[in-house]
Design a protein around this ligand. Structure first.
Ligand code: T3D
Length: 260
């Protein structure tokens, strides 16, 4: 059974989390299918941008809680589930050598909220909300939540979100720096698709190097980051898209980037 829907539209691969009856909560099969889709997208040179969204009224409610046994006889190894289902997905999104747009169409809870934050550009429907719901069931924010949140919103807000587990509206999420833009629900897909197509026509290799520099900046000091920028620029300067960009500039026309 397929819990991840894949649609190609030119250079854009749309990935839809597709278990709407449980608000697209992740089970083991869905997590595996997601990782397979991301691995294939990474190496497919014809995919130049990804668009991640959810089917139905929600984006993703995190881990599927239905299968957690309540009799106490079997203690599930949640560490193993997080290592197997979520950590590789978050790393695959952050390290994806092409841009990932996330269209948050409704509630994003638990690992689902942090999945959205691992994407490069997040656009949220005005109906969306973001909930670090872990505290409500005695768990710790995972899927990069404790890494990304303090860096994105600062310690005070990260602590409030993680310890209280209250929902943040889409508007608040934008004001706090978690999302790029908020739009009316009916405008979400047209706007997210337009953005993904725009990115798919961009100099893909240069964007991949930019993503690497931004990701490394969390841990680097200034000297290290300056040196990294220089070496990545060396690489970017050898791409065909750089030459095309310069040619287009001199000829006063739109550049036609091929992603190499
Ligand atoms: O294995 C491990 O646990 C380790 C990994 C952890 C990673 C995590 O993500 S832990 C966090 C897990 N997620 C949650 O705690 C969120 C649980 N869901 C909610 O709090 C609420 O559903 C929402 C705030 C997301 C949305 O609320 P609302 O009122 O809009 O919808 P609802 O009525 O609660 O849910 C609608 C249906 O979806 C409902 O089913 P029903 O009654 O119509 O048959 C509900 O049970 C189901 N559903 C929602 N979330 C989940 C779920 N079913 C399974 N798992 C879910 N996470």
């Amino acid at each position: 059974m397929s819990f991840i829907e894949l649609e190609r539209d030119g250079g854009v691969l749309r990935i839809t989390l597709n278990r709407p009856e449980v608000l697209n909560a992740f089970n083991a099969d869905m997590a595996r299918q997601m990782q397979e889709a991301l691995a294939a997208a990474k190496t497919d040179q014809t995919v130049r941008a990804l668009l991640l969204t959810g089917a139905g009224r929600a984006f993703c409610a995190g881990q599927d809680l239905a299968s957690v046994p309540l009799d106490g006889a079997v203690q599930p190894d949640l560490g193993a589930i997080v290592r197997r289902q979520y950590n590789p997905t978050i790393v695959a999104l952050v390290a994806m050598p092409k841009p990932v747009v996330c269209a948050v169409n409704g509630v994003a809870a638990g690992a689902g909220a942090n999945l959205a934050l691992a994407c490069d550009i997040v656009i949220a429907s005005a109906r969306a909300s973001f909930v670090q719901s872990f505290a409500k069931i005695g768990l710790v924010p995972d899927s990069g939540g404790t890494y990304l949140l303090p860096r994105l919103v600062g310690r005070a807000r990260a602590a409030g979100l993680a310890l209280l587990g209250e929902a943040l509206t889409a508007q608040q999420a934008m004001e706090w720096g978690l999302v790029w833009n908020v739009c009316e629900p009916e405008r979400l897909m047209p706007e997210a698709l337009a953005l993904a197509h725009r990115l798919a026509r961009a100099p893909t290799k240069g964007l991949a190097l930019t993503k690497r520099a931004l990701a490394a900046s969390w841990a680097n000091d200034l000297d290290t980051q300056l040196e990294l920028e220089a070496s990545l620029q060396e690489e970017a300067g050898r791409t065909r898209d750089f030459l095309e960009g310069i040619r287009a500039f001199k000829e006063k026309r739109e550049a036609d980037f091929i992603g190499e």
